[in-house]
Design a protein around this ligand. Structure first.
Ligand code: PMT
Length: 402
């Protein structure tokens, strides 16, 4: 089921008594980490309320093709593109017939036509309807068009008949759906990543900060999502759009970054601290803009900020914890010192004295430092480097969990 983490599943529900099982199916898919959007035909709403599916999926249910309000949110073409997989459960005889004929006379059939995603149908109907030659011809046509047909099961039916036509159980459908996706290096893992600088205000218009652009942390977030993880990106102020499928929490100060990092930390499997956190903040923030006085020298009083990554590494439900070390000299020595002092599992040492890498550059070059090893990765784009780092970290995480 871990393969469903972060997958975008469009669940279509058509009119049939088995529609009540779609509530459990939605719950199982959500529990497995999938993002589920539900589309119901008008007949389906006679069997189960959209409100139930909305509560379980966490999104409004899509009901109409020509609904200006829904189109203003996520329009039908956008919805068709959004889906990684379309699962229609239950699929009624009428829906199967319309789909096989290539019709687009409601929202769900239109989505099937408009989407490039794989489509799977879980038929559910009376046994005689299932055996009917029209239904069987439609099923064969859909199979040859590349649709998956999952089920139906045989047994006692709601109408009192016995025979084939029962929808497969939600657990069976969820497992079949999961098997449609590859198992990736971080499938099923929850990853928190800090990125960018922090800003420590002096007064309403000034702050202490640094040159971090967030590029390294954002590239890591993208690579972690691509490796199948559910990612929370805790970002200081940067000019970057968060990667798709990433939950991004925007913060300004180190204290806010700490609070966002600790929220839900017990669910986190891997924490990566790529942010350049200010070690100190002003003792007090002036209420109004500090005015220029006559003095030639102005002194600032600073107080130590909490160490976010050290706090994470001390937590009782401690995730695998990876820090960065931005250094300008004795890079490996200081990185190893941080590894021990902050109780980290791995430190990514970054020599920020080298031009063209480190802060606010498109490329980087780092050394992975553990108690025993120091592995240097060659200079490359932050995007490619992030992929290599995530591969290496995923391997170490796996070894650690064995
Ligand atoms: O954002 P970019 O422009 O792409 O640049 C990337 C980067 C150079 C910022 C990044 O690769 C990097 O090296 N990040 C860490 C920068 C840093 O501040 O390192 P540090 O040696 O001061 O901190 C060591 C570790 O402790 C880091 O994981 C840091 O996130 C963490 N830390 C530091 C202080 C603090 N109060 N809390 C922390 O969690």
């Amino acid at each position: 089921m871990h393969r469903l983490t972060n997958r975008q599943i469009l669940l279509g529900i058509t009119g049939g008594i088995a529609a009540y099982k779609s509530a459990e199916l939605t719950r199982l898919l959500k529990k497995a980490g999938a993002d589920v959007r539900v589309v119901m035909t008008p007949a389906a709403t006679e069997f189960i309320t959209p409100l139930t599916l909305q509560a379980l999926s966490g999104h409004p249910v899509h009901l109409q093709l020509l609904d200006p309000e829904a189109e203003a949110g996520m329009g039908h073409i956008e919805l068709a593109r959004w889906a990684d997989h379309i699962l229609i459960a239950p699929a009624s005889a009428d829906f199967i017939a319309r789909c096989a004929a290539g019709m687009g006379n409601d929202l769900l059939t239109t989505l099937c036509l408009a989407s490039d995603a794989q489509i799977s149908l879980a038929p559910a109907m009376n046994q005689a309807m299932w055996r009917d030659s029209h239904t069987q011809a439609n099923i064969e046509a859909l199979k040859s068009a590349g649709f998956n047909i999952w089920g139906p099961d045989a047994g006692e039916q709601a109408c009192g008949d016995t025979g084939p036509g029962r929808m497969l159980e939600p657990t069976d459908l969820a497992e079949r759906l999961a098997a449609e996706f590859d198992y990736l290096a971080l499938s099923g893992k929850t990853v928190f990543i800090t990125a960018g600088p922090t800003r420590e205000p002096l007064d309403p218009v000034r702050f202490i900060s640094n040159h971090s652009s967030g590029k390294m942390g954002y590239a890591l977030a993208q690579a972690a999502v691509d490796a199948g993880a559910k990612v929370k990106l805790i970002s200081g102020p940067v000019n970057l759009a968060p990667p798709e499928r990433v939950e991004c929490v925007q913060v300004e100060t180190a204290e806010q970054m700490l609070a966002a990092s600790m929220e839900g930390i017990e669910t986190c499997d891997l924490f990566i601290g790529a942010a350049a956190v200010a070690d100190y903040r002003p003792v007090a923030i002036a209420e109004h803009k500090i005015k220029k006085g006559n003095e030639e020298i102005m002194e600032l009083r600073l107080v130590k900020n909490p160490d976010i990554i050290a706090t994470v590494a001390k937590h009782i439900h401690r995730p695998f914890t990876v820090g960065f070390a931005a250094e300008t000299r004795d890079v490996i020595h200081y990185a190893r010192d941080k590894l021990t002092r902050k109780h980290l599992d791995l430190v990514i040492a970054n020599d920020v004295s080298v031009p063209g890498i480190g802060f606010n550059s498109n490329e980087n070059q780092v050394t992975l430092v553990t108690a025993e090893d120091a592995i240097t990765l060659p200079q490359t784009s932050k995007r490619l480097l992030a992929k290599q780092l995530i591969d290496q970290i995923a391997q170490q995480l796996k070894t650690n969990n064995e």
